[in-house]
Design a protein around this ligand. Sequence first.
Ligand SMILES: NC(=O)c1ccc[n+]([C@@H]2O[C@H](COP(=O)([O-])OP(=O)(O)OC[C@H]3O[C@@H](n4cnc5c(N)ncnc54)[C@H](O)[C@@H]3O)[C@@H](O)[C@H]2O)c1
Length: 416
Amino acid sequence: MNKAAFFAPLLRGAIITKTGVPWIVSSVINTIGNGSQGVNSTGQNPSAALWVDAGETTAQDEKTLADIFAKALSSAPLTAENKIPARICVKSGGEEYHYLSAPDFAGIEKIRQGAQAEGWDIVPAATHTPCSPISTLAPSRADVVKNRIALVTGGAQGFGEELTRGLIASGALVFIADLNLIGAEKLAQTLNAEYGKPVAFPAGVNVSDEDSVRAMIENITLTAGGLDLCVSNAGVLRAASILEQDIESFKFVTEVNYTAFAVVSKHCALLMKRQHAAAPAWTTDIIQINSKSGLDGSNKNGSYAGSKFGGIGLVQSFAKELVEYGIKVNAICPGNFFDGPLWSDPVKGLFVQYLNTGKVPGAKTVAEVKAFYEAKVPMNRGCTGPDVLRAALYLVEQVYETGQALPVTGGQVMLS
Ligand SMILES: NC(=O)c1ccc[n+]([C@@H]2O[C@H](COP(=O)([O-])OP(=O)(O)OC[C@H]3O[C@@H](n4cnc5c(N)ncnc54)[C@H](O)[C@@H]3O)[C@@H](O)[C@H]2O)c1
């Protein structure tokens, strides 16, 4: 493994333990976003405010290294002033691994752009209000994810885009991971311009390809130092009768909705576990965007419903295993997102398809098809991005629950 990526979450965990708040630890060889490649903005190796000797190799276990980082951060001058160095160098096996450190990415940019020249080489930890379970409660629901590092798969459109926007509005830094890299880049660009600072990073990924997921996680680690929240949202739907569906399309749906969730969970959990070695009181979250079809079968849509039911089995199993590392694993089961592209796309959306195939008897317009489906919901409307965001923030804030499947269906599906 890339040693810079190996050390980063341990360093980040040690800083979180010291400050009680999320932190960015960015390797100067980061590969996503605005990072310089191997050198700082002046073209020279940055000088560090803190040097840590991590010994010869990474053969040392995570806990031992976590202790080394914790000890270095508690060195006398830093403790006295309650400060976190903005430039940190880890020495190991004759190599130097340089990192920039700040509470958010705007701070990292400030250091990159020469804040060293202004003498800004340490960050006062005490100026940041703790908003994590390490302290007590978040000051408000909106602060639950403030400065947390989040990953949203399938983040370029639909529910993924809504969640990306909502998490950023709540103060998170979001990696928008999508097969559609151009869409992810466009959205990141829009959001970074809107907020006037780096809040979103595009990441091309195919979640059903393990090498692609591994590379994405390594890039996130080098860019931000760790991960607090994974929203596994990428999903596909190919509705068909079991009497007619070709088995390849059945397998495709299973691969993306079920197997890829396991692949993404595996690599996120490996990173979160390493961070946890240095931040044992810090909780992290994996949230699967499941579906009401994961709780209740779906007529002529078995591949989708089966993959989502299976997802809940994985959520419960991973929750039991990963609780040891402070990782909560839960699912959100939204109802139909009628205003999203899956349903409302004017060319290939489900409303148009159902109108053309006469699936809704008597319906003559898209509006009539929509009204037919809305009438199935006790609250008489489809699910929206903010509905799902509210559930995600609840799951992050709730530190005494894991392995649950939370319906957000306007009463259409009720748990028994
Ligand atoms: N739309 C709904 O009514 C609805 C209802 C309940 C649950 N859901 C679930 O919400 C999630 C998002 O659904 P949506 O309707 O917003 O979808 P969408 O089709 O609008 O967007 C899905 C995104 O995932 C990306 N993606 C697809 N395959 C990928 C892969 N292999 N690797 C990386 N990215 C990939 C796509 O490029 C796209 O940007 C899915 O898991 C879906 O099952 C949707």
